[in-house]
Design a binder for this molecule. Structure first.
Ligand code: GTP
Ligand code: ZN
Length: 297
């Protein structure tokens, strides 16, 4: 028996990466968790025949996280491709994505695209925002030439040994970034990509591409920005800058709203944490409260 990661699935077979080698395992037969559908990124146990070839998949190990679109499990890093313009940059949308990823235990990397379309003044402003996110602890890519070789190699360096997915709004530049990372991949971008989507009836199967030691999903992902399924107590834990300050608040379980002697509000007043982040926190808090009318605070 061996353990490995599913790299792609093909009608009943699963290609599993184990000890640097690919094994084509069978999904049916002895597979015991019939109700669980194996997905790319799953850590699985599989049988090995006497001649060294792969046999049946035996077991899916517990998942750390699971994305639905595209279906990938155990993601380490999501590159949040964020257009600096076209569509107009929304810190609120970025914060929604970051909170969603924090909740799933996925490390976000913020990658600004379309910075080449900004005026010098707009770019300077965006750099300030980027610095704010970097101060929180996020890796941020904000360069006037978004796909410059040094940016791409720095990104690749961060992703070595990780299971990675690209995320972001429609038109953000996910496919463009993937094409830059994986020359020869040739994903359709822009209008072509839209046209393909309209004409597409079956979902393409996702697979993990080995990009210089990183396993990157070849289908960009989407996450829902509307639903917040965490509790109001969990929410401030998903803002790293608040999570760090919380122990200094007077009250344990401080929600940093109206409580006295709150270290987060103090940091806000002193410009130590970003106002846009705090405002988004309050907005998300209100959304959660309104989603759960019976929820007792
Ligand atoms: N000038 C400029 N154009 C870009 C950049 N990134 C993407 N684009 C263009 O923006 C359009 C959308 O890019 P895509 O890569 O298709 O965006 P996507 O996020 O994959 O979009 P969907 O497939 O709709 O989700 C294309 O026409 C790209 O050529 C960039 O950094 N600068
Ligand atoms: Zn507080």
């Amino acid at each position: 028996m061996k353990t490995g990661i599913i790299q792609q699935s093909l009608s009943g077979f699963y290609d599993v990466l184990a000890d640097g080698q690919l094994y084509r395992t069978r999904g049916r037969g002895n597979f015991r968790q019939k109700k669980v559908k194996p997905v790319v990124g799953d850590h699985v146990e599989f049988a090995v025949n006497d001649d060294g070839t792969a046999g049946y998949m035996l077991k899916i190990l517990d998942r750390r996280n699971l994305l639905v679109r595209p279906p990938v499990a155990n993601i380490d890093v999501a590159v949040v491709v964020t257009a600096a313009t076209q569509p107009v940059f929304s810190p609120n949308l970025l914060d929604r994505q970051l909170v969603g990823l924090e909740e799933q235990g996925i490390t976000p990397v913020i990658y600004f695209s379309k910075t080449d379309l900004l005026t010098a003044g707009q770019y300077a402003q965006l750099r300030e925002v980027a610095a704010g996110y970097a101060k929180i602890g996020y890796q941020v890519f904000c360069h006037q030439a978004p796909f410059a070789a040094d940016q791409l190699s720095k990104l690749k360096g961060l992703l070595v040994g990780k299971v990675v997915t690209m995320m972001g709004q429609t038109g953000a530049g996910k496919s463009t970034l993937l094409n830059h990372l994986v020359p020869g991949l040739d994903l359709a971008t822009g209008e072509i990509s839209q046209a393909l989507k309209r004409g597409r009836h079956t979902t393409r199967k996702v697979s993990l591409l080995d990009v210089d030691g990183a396993l990157i999903a070849d289908t960009p992902g989407f996450s829902s920005y509307e639903t917040f399924d965490m509790t109001v107590e969990e929410l401030p834990m998903l803002f790293p800058e608040m999570r760090r300050l919380a122990p200094e608040c007077k009250f344990r379980g401080c929600l940093h709203l109206k409580e006295p002697a709150c270290a987060v509000k103090d940091a806000l007043e002193h410009g130590i944490i970003m106002k846009s982040r705090y405002d988004d926190y309050v907005q998300f808090h209100d959304i959660i409260v309104n989603q759960k009318p019976n929820y007792k605070k």
